[in-house]
Design a protein around this ligand. Structure first.
Ligand code: NDP
Length: 259
């Protein structure tokens, strides 16, 4: 097989950056995607990667970028949809533009890029036997979280898209993986209050751990991973069994806003 190509959105920070560093160490050729060019340039030269500056919420920009990537790399073996923003506050408090923005970045961005790169993913599957799409959603996509309701809604949309995409592409050689992290310490999601308590620290993981678990899910063909499994999967089970009660219990959860 020729060199494997990975396209990673959200690569300038946090989980996406950790993913890029890990894949580069394992010999993948990465295309790093985000908006902050200076950071991308530095990481690309450090890891021997390429980069593309793009706002994933801008459909025309994503289409243009996908065309450029496919021109350079007709086969794309792995797409990681990791770009995301956190919007805190319930539905009533959140400015309307932010409600639209969080949906456009967290959900639609991944839809546009998956569509744009599909020919390259199909080519990789045909020529090399397999290609992968990783959608980095959130446990907030399996548990409604009223203190960040528009964010949680965007992540539910992303999870629904990811699960149905997996079913739709079954048999095509393109494997789709849905990733649901719990609290992860990253620049965009610092979680100072969670991290301040002993109990909190037990359920917070670093971005490198998430990146390792994602790569393992890809290598093992796992449909869905919650990182870490405990205690977050229990919340997802609770919502599946008793959604109204679970939402009520989490309604008044304190959520830091000083970050
Ligand atoms: P970071 O804020 O550290 O990284 C977010 C990345 O997304 C940055 O590289 C940012 O780059 C990029 N990004 C944001 N908006 C856009 C945009 N419009 N177009 C292109 N790129 C964009 O956060 P994390 O690493 O923590 O988050 C990564 C993913 O993991 C997100 O989808 C998040 O929802 C999810 N997640 C995170 C959790 C956590 O606790 N950290 C928990 C559960 C899920 P730039 O600003 O340069 O564009």
């Amino acid at each position: 097989m020729s060199v494997r190509i990975a396209v990673i959105t959200g690569a300038s920070s946090g989980i996406g950056e950790a993913m890029a560093r890990l894949l580069a160490r394992r010999g993948w050729r990465c295309v790093l995607v985000a908006r902050r060019e200076g950071i991308l340039r530095g990481l690309a030269s450090e890891t021997g990667s390429e980069y593309e500056v793009c706002d994933v919420a801008d459909r025309a920009a994503v289409d243009g970028m996908a065309a450029r990537i496919l021109e350079r790399h007709p086969s794309v073996h792995l797409l990681v949809n990791g770009a995301g923003i956190l919007v805190r506050g319930d539905f009533v408090e959140t400015p309307l533009e932010l409600i639209e923005r969080v949906l456009a970045v967290n959900y639609l961005g991944g839809v546009w890029l998956t569509r744009g790169l599909l020919p390259g993913l199909r080519e990789a599957a045909d020529v090399d036997g397999r290609a992968h799409v990783v959608n980095i959603a959130s446990i907030g996509g399996a548990i409604v979280f009223t203190p960040a309701a528009p964010y949680s809604a965007s992540k539910h949309a992303q999870v629904a898209f990811s699960r149905s995409l997996r079913a739709a592409l079954r048999g095509s050689g393109i494997d789709v993986h849905t990733v649901l992290p719990g609290f992860v310490t990253t620049p965009g999601f610092p979680h100072p209050k969670v991290f301040a308590t002993r109990l909190g620290r037990l359920v917070v993981v670093g971005p490198e751990r998430v990146a390792r678990d994602i790569l393992s899910a890809v290598e093992r063909g796992r449909a869905e991973v919650v990182i870490p499994w405990f205690p977050y999967r229990l919340g997802a089970i609770a919502q599946a069994v008793a959604p109204t009660l679970t939402a009520r219990v989490l309604r008044d959860a304190e959520y830091e806003d000083e970050a």
